[in-house]
Design a protein around this ligand. Structure first.
Ligand code: NAD
Length: 420
C-alpha cells in the first residue's frame, strides 16, 4: 500500500531531486526537516459559556532566502505532518518563483463549519496570541489557506498589531482591501495557474478554446479557476466537485448557477442540469485538462492509470502522490507541479507585503502584469531544466525539474550565508 503521509511524500520528492542533481548530503539533511516547529494549545470561550482547548501549529521550514511565508489552515483533520509538508512546499514555491521569502505554514485543528462567527473571531485572535512571538513582517508572514478567509486575516492582523502596539499591516497577507490587501489577490492563485496553463497548452499544441476541463474543489482556488478558464480561454468545464460530491454535464456547467447552488445548499452536487458523480469519477472523467483544486493525495497509484487528461494542472497542494507521478510520466501526461502552478497566491502576497512596506499601492493591471512576468519565467525555467537534463540523457519529471531549481536556489543562499 502506498504511504500517503504528506510529509513523507515531500521528503521523498526532495530525495528524488537531490539524487538527480547530486545535492550535498549535509544540505539535503538540513532541507529534509523544518528549522522550527511550534505547537500551541490555547483556550477559546464558546458562545455557550464553556471553554474549549484547541491545538495549533506554525512551522518555519527554512528562512535562508527571507522571512517565512505560508498560509494558515483551519481544518478538523489538520496534522503536524501536513503542516510540515506544506511548509516545505512553500519553501520550494517561493524559491522557484524568485521571491525573497523562505517557507512556512500554520494550522489549527478545528471545524470552522461548526463555529459561529464570534467563536471563529475569538479562535483566530487566540491563535495569533499563542504564536505571536514567532511571526512578524520580517520573521514569518502568514496568509489564508483552506477554510480561512480575508476576514480572518483582518482579525489576525488586528490582534498582532495590538501585541506590537502599532499597526503592522505587513504581518499577514490576503487581507481585505480596506486594510491594505492587494488588488488582484482574491483570485491570484487561479490567475497564476491560468498563465501556466496558457504556456503549457501553447507548447503542447492544445487549443484551450476547444478544451474540456474537470475541476475538483469549488473553493477559493477551484471556483476562480472555473471562472477564469471559461472567461480567458473559452474552455468548457464539464465536471466539478466538492467535499460532498460532484456533477458532470457533457454540454458544460454554468458558473453562475453552480455558485448559487453552492451558496444555497452548501454543495455543487445539487446542480440539477447534470449527472451526479463521485470525486473518483471526476478524476477519471474524459477531459483534456484536469485541475485538482481541493486537497492532497487525490491522484494516487490506484487511479493514475485512469487519468485521461492531457494536462494535469495541480492547483491544490500535493494532489499527486509519488506513485502516481511515475504513472502519469510514463503515460505522457503533462503534470504541472503544484508549487509552480499555485504560486500566484504567494507571488501576489509578496506584492501585498511589498506594498505594505512602501505604503504605496498598485492597480490590478499592474499586479496581474507582474504576476504573469514572474510565473511565466518560472514555467520557462522548469521546462528548460527538464530539457537540459534530457539533452544529457536523463529523463526527469516537471516536478523534479521544479525541485532542482528550488533546491539549488535555497542551497546557494545557505552556502553564501555560511550555513555549510
Ligand atoms: P477552500 O477551503 O476555499 O476550498 C476547498 C475546496 O475543496 C472546497 O470546495 C471543498 O468542498 C473541497 N474539498 C474538501 N475536501 C474534499 C474532498 N475530499 N474531495 C473533493 N473536494 C474536497 O480552499 P482553497 O483555498 O480553494 O484551497 C484548495 C487547495 O489549493 C489546497 O490544497 C490549498 O493548499 C491550495 N492552494 C490555495 C491557495 C489559495 O490562494 N486559496 C493558494 C495556494 C494553494
Amino acid at each position: 500500500m502506498e504511504e500517503l503521509n504528506p510529509f513523507k511524500i515531500a521528503q521523498e520528492q526532495l530525495d528524488n531531486a537531490a539524487k538527480i542533481m547530486g545535492l550535498d548530503a549535509q544540505v539535503q539533511k538540513l532541507l529534509r526537516e523544518p528549522m522550527q516547529t511550534v505547537v500551541v494549545n490555547f483556550p477559546v470561550k464558546l458562545d455557550n459559556g464553556k471553554t474549549e482547548t484547541f491545538t495549533g501549529f506554525r512551522v518555519l521550514y527554512n528562512n535562508a532566502r527571507g522571512p517565512g511565508k505560508g498560509g494558515i489552515r483551519f481544518h478538523p483533520g489538520e496534522t503536524l505532518d501536513t503542516v510540515k509538508a506544506l511548509s516545505s512546499w512553500m519553501t520550494w514555491k517561493c524559491a522557484l518563483s524568485g521571491i525573497p521569502f523562505g517557507g512556512a505554514k500554520g494550522g489549527v485543528i478545528c471545524d470552522p463549519k461548526n463555529l459561529s462567527v464570534s467563536e471563529l473571531e475569538r479562535l483566530s485572535r487566540a491563535y495569533i496570541r499563542a504564536i505571536g512571538k514567532f511571526i512578524g513582517p520580517k520573521v514569518d508572514v502568514p496568509a489564508p489557506d483552506v477554510y480561512t478567509t480575508p476576514q480572518i486575516m483582518a482579525w489576525m492582523m488586528d490582534e498582532y498589531s495590538k501585541l506590537a502596539g502599532q499597526n503592522e499591516f505587513g504581518v499577514i497577507t490576503g487581507k481585505p482591501l480596506e486594510i491594505w490587501g492587494s488588488e488582484g489577490r482574491f483570485n491570484s492563485t487561479a490567475m497564476g495557474a491560468m498563465y501556466v496553463l496558457r504556456e503549457a497548452a501553447k507548447r503542447a499544441g492544445i487549443d484551450l478554446k476547444k478544451a474540456r476541463v474537470a475541476i475538483q474543489g469549488f473553493g477559493n482556488a477551484g471556483k476562480f479557476a472555473f471562472d477564469l478558464v471559461t472567461k480567458l480561454f473559452g474552455s468548457k468545464v464539464v465536471a466539478i466537485s466538492d467535499s460532498e460530491g460532484g456533477v458532470y454535464s457533457e454540454d458544460g456547467l454554468d458558473y453562475n448557477e453552480l455558485s448559487n447552488i453552492k451558496e444555497k445548499t452548501g454543495s455543487v452536487e445539487n446542480y440539477t442540469k447534470g449527472k451526479k458523480i463521485t470525486n473518483e469519477e471526476l478524476i477519471e472523467s474524459k477531459v483534456d485538462i484536469l485541475i485538482p483544486a481541493a486537497i492532497e493525495n487525490q491522484i494516487t497509484g490506484a487511479n493514475a492509470q485512469k487519468v485521461s487528461a492531457k494536462i494535469v494542472l495541480e492547483l491544490a497542494n500535493g494532489p499527486v502522490t509519488p506513485d502516481a507521478d511515475k504513472i502519469l510520466f510514463k503515460n505522457g501526461v503533462i503534470d504541472l507541479p503544484d508549487f509552480l502552478v499555485n504560486a500566484g497566491g504567494v507571488i501576489v502576497s509578496y506584492f501585498e507585503w511589498a506594498q505594505n512596506a512602501q505604503n504605496y499601492y498598485w492597480t490590478q493591471e499592474e499586479v496581474y502584469e507582474r504576476l504573469d512576468g514572474l510565473i511565466t519565467k518560472s514555467f520557462n525555467d522548469v521546462m528548460k531544466t527538464q530539457q537540459d537534463y534530457k539533452s544529457k540523457g536523463t529523463k526527469i519529471t516537471l516536478r523534479d525539474a521544479a525541485y532542482i531549481i528550488a533546491l539549488q536556489r535555497v542551497a546557494d543562499a545557505m552556502k553564501t550565508r555560511g550555513w555549510y
